[in-house]
Ligand binder design. Sequence first.
Ligand SMILES: C[S@@+](CC[C@H](N)C(=O)[O-])C[C@H]1O[C@@H](n2cnc3c(N)ncnc32)[C@H](O)[C@@H]1O
Length: 189
Amino acid sequence: MTVDLNNHYGLSPTHSEVVEACKIIEPCDALDMGCSNGRNTLYLSQLGFNVVAVDNNPNAINMLQHIVSEQDIANIQAQVYDINNSRLGVDYGFIACTVTLMFLNPDRIEAVIADMQERTLPGGYNLIVCAMSTEEYPCPVRFPFTLTKAGQLREAYEGWELIKYNEDVGTMHNGVQLQFATMLARKPA
Ligand SMILES: C[S@@+](CC[C@H](N)C(=O)[O-])C[C@H]1O[C@@H](n2cnc3c(N)ncnc32)[C@H](O)[C@@H]1O
């Protein structure tokens, strides 16, 4: 039985879409983009993925590195990296980017997604969860970037198999409605 490291270190539970994606994705080389303290990275690692975890916040990476060394984890490599650079340089079977795109430079989003796609192995997967701000549901949070058109993320993945795609609206505890695009896509083999 595996220990719940997120719970042990006071981290939030793994993002539900990462848990869902892992029901179909076999352990492989994975990239966690904007990993923060590593709630998703630790989960992937425990399932047997070799995880590169990147974030531009050195404190988050330090905390994750502390966990990695304390737990003697061999399959996580955590590093400070600015995703806006869009120079991943290595190929992966699974790239997860959950609630991170919204914090990037809007002028770099196209290049970042193109880099993710290029650096995905044939038959590999991209998971993206990103806030939207449409006329119908204007985003109440001032993120640097939001998807503004219905179907925008789906269009960016034309030619990929969409395993999952939705633009669901959720209600926050204060009653405010927030729309997210959620996509799990598979690159042609
Ligand atoms: C809301 S958190 C999401 C964390 C994680 N993906 C998850 O699902 O729990 C967004 C993360 O993106 C990171 N981030 C923001 N801008 C970034 C950038 N330019 N390069 C790398 N990481 C960035 C933040 O430091 C933060 O840890």
